[in-house]
Design a protein around this ligand. Structure first.
Ligand code: GUN
Ligand code: FE
Length: 447
């Protein structure tokens, strides 16, 4: 074996260890002491014996460590990172007014934005997530700062400048629908001009939620979406009072999800169209779930946020049964932890509470399913927007991988590989992440 170059410095390489990845929602592949090959930033597959053609590549020996795909966060708010853990005795609408909005106003100040976004990006680099969908604020200059920092971090991400022109404080409320659309177009033009620099990052259209967007704004964003073939991210059916409010704002509509659909902001029946991701869907009924399924919408399930803000417990089993694509989200600062390991653990816990408290005959989420949602489930969104499939070691998917130094936890007990994965998920300690690769490049290494 060659050892004169380092795995992850840009060339091809091999990692040897206890390899786990999902091949489907219920199927966890486990290959102890095997080899995963990275070729040109993509997985060339997992092998129990290293094929001769790869024998010359640099080998990273990780005996007794877990090798798993990078985790995917389908929903988070960068400006709220510094606000984590605050105001969690409130429900959504009061919390937005008293905590989220006042913090976001500050991002008009570029010096403040630089400082706060630096904390956020540094924190992410050291955690287990390799891909993220991020909201910034309404402010274009601060959004560009965040995008530049994320690009440099090596993580793969999409960032949305928020649109909001009503029901929010001065400093966040854009002057009019036209002003919001104009700022969005300028932002998209700036992103397009940086196309050569932006290898790891792309923009995503981000109407905050229905209560903060006028009809004119939603109509304009629907048109912009088509003009640029852009993906969309937003919030849907998170909290009961919010759902009631949307009913009052759009009394003629068939429901909350239908409002997005009527403005052409809810996925598409066409397979190749840029997809939409909706966070929460806690209160989505059968009709709304079917609408999400028909239009290929991804749902970002954010169990920690849903518990913190007393929003409820999302009907994940029903979404999955209806064929909806589901991934996991941290929803910082509704959620407190960025780690998608934590979201996996919470998703399982929430499914148990739902079954018991609602007395519903719904199977709880298994470890295999939660791991799938936080890896390949969310990773599929990036594949759909042309940023490479991730969250798996299937040949051809982007090589996003974690080396988890879990033997520090399990050593005396000789646990099975599956049990070690379960423990790593439920303990979700960033110190266990020894190395993190994104598209075959080393983003974090610590020993
Ligand atoms: N709905 C609209 N804005 C937000 C937000 O910032 N966080 C959460 N959790 N829900 C929202
Ligand atoms: Fe959110």
């Amino acid at each position: 074996m060659h050892t004169d170059s380092v795995a992850g410095d840009g060339g091809d390489f091999v990692i040897q260890g206890d390899i786990c990845w999902s091949t489907g929602p219920q199927t966890l592949e486990i290959k102890p002491d095997s080899f995963v090959v990275c070729k040109e930033g993509k997985s060339a597959g997992v092998f129990e014996k290293l094929p001769r053609q790869y024998a010359h590549l640099p080998l990273s020996q990780c005996h007794g460590k877990l090798i798993i795909p990078g985790l995917v966060d389908l929903h988070t708010h960068a400006p709220q990172f510094v606000n984590r853990g605050l105001g969690l005795d409130m429900e959504l609408l009061d919390w937005l007014e008293s905590h989220a909005f006042p913090e976001e106003v500050k991002y008009h100040n570029l010096a403040y934005a630089c400082k706060a976004y630096h904390f956020f990006v540094e924190h992410l680099k050291h955690g287990p997530n390799t891909r993220i969908l991020v909201y910034s604020t309404v402010h274009v200059p601060a959004t560009m700062v965040l995008m530049d920092m994320l690009e440099k971090s090596g993580l793969v991400s999409m960032v949305g400048k928020i649109n909001m022109d009503r029901n929010c404080p001065d400093g966040l409320r854009e002057e009019s629908a036209a002003a919001s659309l104009d700022a969005t177009r300028k932002w998209l033009d700036t992103c397009a001009a940086r196309k050569n620099e932006y290898v790891n990052i792309k923009p995503i259209l981000t109407p905050r939620f229905i209560p903060s967007c006028s009809d004119d704004l939603l109509r304009g964003l629907g048109a912009l979406r088509h003009e640029f073939n852009l993906p969309v991210q937003s919030h849907l059916s998170e909290n009961r009072k919010e759902v009631e409010w949307v009913k009052k704002l759009h009394p003629a509509s068939e429901g909350y999800g239908a409002v997005y659909r009527d403005f052409d902001l809810l996925g598409s029946a066409h397979k190749d169209a840029a997809p939409t991701v909706m966070a929460h869907c806690v209160w989505s009924d059968e009709k709304e779930i079917n609408l999400l399924s028909e239009r290929g919408v991804f749902v970002a399930h954010c169990p920690q946020s849903n518990a913190n803000l007393a929003s409820g417990i999302a009907p994940v089993r029903r979404l999955l049964n209806a064929g909806v694509s589901v991934g996991l989200g941290s929803d910082v600062a509704g959620g407190t932890n960025c780690s998608i390991f934590r979201a996996m653990s919470d998703a399982i816990q929430a499914s148990k509470l739902r079954r018991t408290l609602l007395n519903v005959d719904e199977k709880t989420l298994s470890l295999e399913e939660a791991f799938y949602l936080g890896t390949a489930g969310g990773g599929a969104f990036f594949g759909k927007v042309g940023m490479g499939y991730s969250g798996s070691f299937e040949p051809g998917s982007d090589f996003d991988a974690l080396v988890v130094h879990d033997n520090a936890l399990a050593d005396p007990f000789h646990l099975s590989v599956r049990a070690r994965l379960e423990q790593a998920i439920n303990i979700y300690d960033n110190h266990l992440i020894e190395a993190k690769y994104v598209r075959g490049k080393l983003v974090k290494f610590s020993q």
